[in-house]
Design a protein around this ligand. Structure first.
Ligand code: G
Ligand code: G
Ligand code: MN
Ligand code: NA
Length: 253
């Protein structure tokens, strides 16, 4: 059973799928967007988690092709929902791997997929991890400026777990910071984590960036986040990542 080989054929034959996790306004509970998360069901291996297959795709030179499929499928799905009369509010967030972010063809590919499905680039937001940015910060900064110019949203994912310098952060044309799940998970029990969350929010406010908290599982976390000035969130408290049909039924109807 060669997992890398099976993954390569799954990508080529478009056998992956996307799930969608709602992102909500913490004050109103209203849907403000969603994150697209890749899923792979293999006939022999069963469900393989992205925590397992994304690193394989990155190591074996498949992440760029996988990422292009994700972009196209995200646009196709937005167009399908629109055609069904259930347009998604806000932006659909897509995870972009560091290697993909360094591809010159990324911008043209995004714009092509948008054009194919009559999607405005501003309906998409790209999530790139803090550590991904720091692999090649000058290049990432240049890329973000181009993307921003085209109207795409840009979030820094897993924030707080990388080693970005404030000097780079200031130059990086992001509009949102995603506070990493590890800090949100422990913010009610650990003073350190609560202070880290508070500091990230304060810093984001100073830089004019929005914040969204990942991994919200309780009403107490929502109250704490709101009191610190973060008013967007995502997590099992609201919903798990859902198949497209379920996402429509639960969030777009
Ligand atoms: O969905 P789940 O939380 O199990 O995802 C695990 C990890 O895989 C997360 O870090 C997530 O960002 C990543 N991931 C999920 N879908 C994609 C994708 O389409 N592209 C990339 N690059 N990473 C993804
Ligand atoms: O790294 P990234 O933020 O892209 O990863 C998102 C991952 O986090 C998804 O795989 C999703 O399944 C997972 N996730 C989302 N919400 C929660 C949550 O409330 N609790 C936990 N433990 N995981 C979550
Ligand atoms: Mn993400
Ligand atoms: Na994350």
């Amino acid at each position: 059973l060669n997992i890398a080989k099976r993954l390569a054929s799954a990508i080529a034959e478009k056998q992956l799928s996307l799930h969608f996790q709602p992102q909500v306004d913490l004050n109103s509970g209203q849907l403000i967007g969603a994150e697209a998360l890749c899923r792979w069901h293999d006939e022999e291996l069963g469900d393989v988690s992205p925590g397992k297959f994304i690193p394989i795709a990155e190591e074996r030179g498949m992440i760029v092709a996988l990422g292009y499929w994700v972009i196209e499928e995200a646009c196709r799905q937005l167009a399908e929902w629109r055609a069904l009369g259930h347009s998604m509010p806000g932006q659909l967030a897509i995870n972009i791997a560091a290697q993909q972010f360094e591809e010159e063809s990324l911008v043209a590919n995004l714009l092509d997929s948008c054009a194919s499905f009559s999607i405005e680039p501003s309906q998409l937001s790209l999530e790139i991890t803090e550590s991904g940015i720091m692999e090649n910060p000058e290049k990432a900064i240049a890329m973000t400026e181009v993307l921003k110019g085209k109207g795409l949203g840009l979030s820094i994912d897993d924030f707080g777990t990388g080693y970005s310098s404030l000097a780079y952060l200031k130059r990086f044309a992001a509009d949102k910071i995603k506070i990493d799940i590890s800090f949100v998970r422990d913010m009610l029990t650990s003073d350190n984590d609560r202070v880290i969350v508070a500091t990230i929010i304060a810093m984001a406010n100073t830089l004019g960036l929005e914040t969204i908290a990942e991994g919200i599982e309780s009403q107490d976390q929502i109250a704490a986040l709101l009191s610190l000035g973060c008013n967007q969130g995502q997590g099992y408290y609201f919903d798990r990542p859902l198949a497209a049909e379920q996402f429509v039924q639960r969030w777009l109807c």
